[in-house]
Ligand binder design. Sequence first.
Ligand SMILES: NC(=O)c1ccc[n+]([C@@H]2O[C@H](COP(=O)([O-])OP(=O)(O)OC[C@H]3O[C@@H](n4cnc5c(N)ncnc54)[C@H](O)[C@@H]3O)[C@@H](O)[C@H]2O)c1
Length: 343
Amino acid sequence: MQHVLVTGAGGYIGSTLVPTLLKEGYRVTAVDRFFFGSDRLQNNSKLACVKEDSRKLSPELFKGVDAVIDLVAISNDPSGELFESATWQINFESRVRTAELAKAAGVKRYILPSSCSIYGFQKGLADETSPTNPLTVYAKANEKAEIGVLGLADESFIVVVMRQATIFGYSPRMRFDLAINGMTFGAYTHKKLPLMRDGTQYRPMLHVQDTSDVMRLLLTASPKSINGHIFNVGSEANTYQLGDLGRKIAKTVGEQLGEEIPIEWYGDPDHRSYRVSFNKIQDTLNWKPKMDAEAGSREIIEKLQSGELDKSTDTITLEWYQELVKWHKIIKDAEMYGGILDI
Ligand SMILES: NC(=O)c1ccc[n+]([C@@H]2O[C@H](COP(=O)([O-])OP(=O)(O)OC[C@H]3O[C@@H](n4cnc5c(N)ncnc54)[C@H](O)[C@@H]3O)[C@@H](O)[C@H]2O)c1
């Protein structure tokens, strides 16, 4: 296995995954529209960046590719609700088409990074055979993509679905719209920890390097153990009720700053709550996560303290897409002869 094509490669997970693969000696083709900037991936002789929309990929792109990791997505619930039709096109249709193009080109392996959010609200412990309960457009599109790509699996085309827990930790394309990251930023900067009501909801968490490591392991795992399978990716140890998680992060940040950080509640009670069994991935790959919430939070604090990281609009996915759409119209209206002032 030598050449991996990664879609959505300039995103939060992609900008940690791509260096991980390069370090392992893979050649990588990074495909993205680079909505969050094209400077998140460092130059490397084994890396080719292709600026393209996932809905328009050409069959030629897949020639000589051994595996595809299809990260591309409008990547959270609020963005999925606001940009509903684009979310169906990108998260569902383009991923199934990408898998079809890959299969037709003779690519051997296709990995779909989906989400545990497709469990929605669950009373018991959900495993991969439990009925799903997708509550949002984002979760429904993920489920349709899972069904679409799994239908393509056969002896010569290995398909595997990862239902990832909510990710946390530092990545070059940073996201502060994810629970642990947002809590850490709020606590560090405003000295108050923002916490979504009512705090009883269960949510599994997973560090961005840990999920990248699972993707790397799935590239070489024996076909028999993974082909046509869905895996929940996360751990019991990193499954939290959000109230408890908030108190842990407040304590971690408080210790770094030498002061007590109070909790500041916001929003209506969040109905998305799920506890998930992670036995299957841990047994199949003999894998355990390396990072927990406190370690992830400390890593972000260090980056904030060093000035390497700050909360700009592009770290909040929904706000950034809204900004891009707004400025697209303003620039189109103001532009003449290919420019604004200089033409
Ligand atoms: N971050 C999480 O907590 C989490 C949890 C579970 C699952 N996931 C899934 O993992 C994947 C990656 O998530 P992420 O956090 O890195 O998201 P992200 O928003 O940071 O990255 C998505 C990337 O896709 C690109 N993109 C979007 N639409 C495109 C298009 N039409 N054509 C080409 N590129 C396009 C964006 O420019 C961006 O770089 C997504 O499928 C997401 O649903 C993420």
